[in-house]
Design a protein around this ligand. Structure first.
Ligand code: SF4
Length: 342
């Protein structure tokens, strides 16, 4: 067992599976969300060394697997067997963040593997499972346990992100279960495309889903992701039905934050945004309060270099971030449906 960083470096703020990370860094507490305490508010400007975690201050240069033991002494057969049972996962990186990825201070874990191919993906190095490092659920949960006091003090918890979390449902299920057994708040950041892979038991162990709705009309969704929109919409409706008599798939209601990445010339069409906003509002008609927050995430170019490094064609090289006016227009489209939007 050794401890190492992935050669690719890690999480520049991705947009999508791990949507918009960094965009809300330092954002104030908001109504409808459990009060957010920054790590800095708790500890002053610097993160104490004894937390021993890759932190937000380092996220633009990449947080790796520091502090986690890599199970690289397993042969291939054992690895595959353990991945099937969820004892082992393919992990890209982790970090300790605040005011992003859910309420409070979060231990965010990026898993490898994603079935989508978003044009704006800011972590293309998470797309293939084989590029991740093998980490056991037990190892990850030992790290979670270490931060339980921090989570309690900040009303934070663990967030599984990616890549696509539901590409490794057995591993995710184990981590979520273990976290709940410690009384830790759990969040899953997902495109919803593989929502059918999320079992009712997993849903019951999930407090919050960060649902990335990348477009409202199927053609734009296909253009953005190379995949179909319908599974995401179905998954969102299943979340809205959680906790309802008769339609419930989980024993208690799951909270949802909807994330929408605003890319000029790609997702900004007024009708496309209207469709996302209408859909989001419809979830609250199924179960009032399902979607407690909408995050409109302005496109940025911070992942461009990774595409080049990986030898992939990046088609958004000339795309500029949205203007303040455009971002406000889009946020207003959500707000006009009574949605708390940021
Ligand atoms: S390709 Fe996957 S990881 Fe990248 S933004 Fe899309 S959903 Fe997220």
């Amino acid at each position: 067992m050794t401890t190492m960083n992935p050669a690719t470096g890690a999480a520049t703020p991705p947009l999508g599976g791990g949507a918009g990370r960094g965009v809300f860094l330092g954002a104030p507490s908001v109504i409808g969300v459990p009060e957010v305490f920054g790590v800095a508010e708790l500890y002053g400007d610097s993160i104490p060394a004894d937390l021993d975690a890759p932190t937000a201050a380092r996220r633009r240069t990449g947080a790796g697997l520091d502090g986690l033991s890599i199970a690289d002494d397993l042969d291939r057969t054992s690895k595959l067997a353990m991945m099937r049972t969820g004892e082992l996962g393919s992990v890209h990186s982790w970090e300790l963040v605040t005011a992003v990825d859910g309420p409070g201070t979060r231990l965010t874990v990026f898993l490898n593997g994603c079935p989508l191919r978003c044009l704006y993906c800011h972590n293309p190095d998470t797309l293939n499972m084989r590029d991740g490092e093998p980490v056991t659920a037990r190892e990850l949960l030992a790290r979670v346990k270490r931060y339980v006091p921090v989570f309690r003090a900040t009303k934070g918890g663990i967030t599984l992100s990616g890549g696509e979390v539901l590409q490794q449902p057995a591993f995710a299920a184990r981590v979520l279960r273990g976290a709940k057994e410690m009384g830790v708040h759990t969040a899953v950041d997902t495109s919803g495309f593989l929502g059918a892979a999320m079992s009712d038991e997993m849903l019951a162990d999930t407090d919050l889903v960060l649902l990335d709705v990348k477009s409202g009309d199927p053609e734009t969704y296909l253009k953005v992701t190379k995949r179909a929109l319908a599974p995401t919409l179905d998954f969102g409706r299943r979340l809205a039905q959680s906790g309802l008599p008769g339609g419930a798939t989980a024993s208690r209601p799951v909270e949802v934050w909807v994330r929408f990445v605003l890319v000029p010339g790609l997702t900004d069409d007024e009708r496309n945004v209207d469709l996302v906003a209408d859909y989001t509002a419809s979830l609250n008609e199924i179960r009032p309060g399902t979607v407690s927050r909408v995050e409109v995430l302005p496109f940025h170019q911070m992942g461009r270099d990774k595409w080049t490094a990986l030898g992939r064609d990046y088609s958004l090289g000339d795309t500029q971030p949205p203007s303040v006016e455009l971002t406000e227009r889009v946020r207003e489209q959500f707000r006009s449906r009574g949605l708390a939007t940021f």
